[in-house]
Design a protein around this ligand. Structure first.
Ligand SMILES: *[C@@H]1O[C@H](CO)[C@@H](O)[C@H](O)[C@H]1NC(C)=O
Ligand SMILES: *[C@@H]1O[C@H](CO)[C@@H](O)[C@H](O)[C@H]1NC(C)=O
Ligand SMILES: *[C@@H]1O[C@H](CO)[C@@H](O)[C@H](O)[C@H]1NC(C)=O
Length: 215
């Protein structure tokens, strides 16, 4: 009995691995997964993004989707923007966007083929879709990780040599509305005095984002 009670008190959490972050470069798509080698075009095959090595291990492998967030700007408290979020439904039965690198930049593979960048709001450095108020953001770039000099498998997303993301849970606002999701913001950015900084709730867990070819 006692052992069971103790076990149930253990948090389902592990520390984010202490990795050395290695920029792979993003002047073209050669450092992104699944580049198509062709002389005339710089593009990758289809990619997806998943949560990797989260403190809350239950988030492992959640796939990226898109959500809309109220993103107040000076003079417009009801401004909304689209961003990349993570679907609590692991099943790929539910449609989720795929992405492609083009000309060194990650794009959503939609008719608008919107580029993805990282907001310069250091408290809300989310992956934003296309043009948005107070953009342009930082370039979203591919990185490798090393632990004690050993290269880890996978290509990880980040900006400004940061690759740790914080995840916060968002509940669907209306019954029968969109399913629950996690927001993801890049952690540890320095304050950019030229950017707008907003107040956001705390993150509950941190981890990495792995980008990989979707076959
Ligand atoms: C993380 O690793 C670096 C060396 O790779 C070391 O200098 C640093 O102290 C480590 N940090 C923690 C919190 O273990
Ligand atoms: C605020 O932004 C939303 C779009 O996000 C737009 O529909 C609305 O017209 C804007 N309001 C003002 C006053 O600019
Ligand atoms: C590729 O990106 C570079 C700079 O990032 C830009 O100068 C160039 O016009 C782009 N090329 C295409 C085909 O979009």
């Amino acid at each position: 009995m006692k052992a069971t009670a103790l076990l149930s008190l253990l948090p389902f959490a592990a520390a984010v691995p202490n990795v050395t972050v290695i920029p792979l470069g993003s002047k073209d798509c050669s450092s992104w997964p699944a580049q198509i080698r062709s002389p005339g075009a710089d593009i990758s095959r289809y990619l997806r993004i998943e949560i990797a090595s989260p403190e809350d291990v239950g988030l492992t492998g959640l796939l990226s989707t898109t959500s809309t967030q109220n993103w107040p700007t000076v003079g417009n408290l009801s401004n909304t923007e689209d961003y990349i979020s993570f679907d609590v439904r692991r099943s790929t039965y539910f449609a989720k966007p795929v992405f492609r690198c083009s000309n060194g930049t990650l794009h959503m593979n939609s008719p608008d083929f919107e580029p993805i960048s990282v907001s310069r709001d250091y408290r809300g450095a989310w992956m934003m879709l296309g043009d948005y108020a107070d953009g342009p953001g930082y370039k979203l770039e591919p990185y490798a990780h090393e632990i004690d000099g050993v290269r880890q498998e996978g290509v990880f997303l980040g900006a400004k040599e940061k690759t740790t993301w914080g995840f916060a849970y968002e509940r669907a606002e209306v019954c029968g509305g969109l399913p629950d999701w996690y927001t993801a913001r890049l952690m540890g950015l320095e304050i950019d005095p030229t950017a707008n900084h907003r107040a956001w709730g705390e993150v509950q867990s941190q981890g990495f984002l792995r980008v990989f070819e979707w076959l």
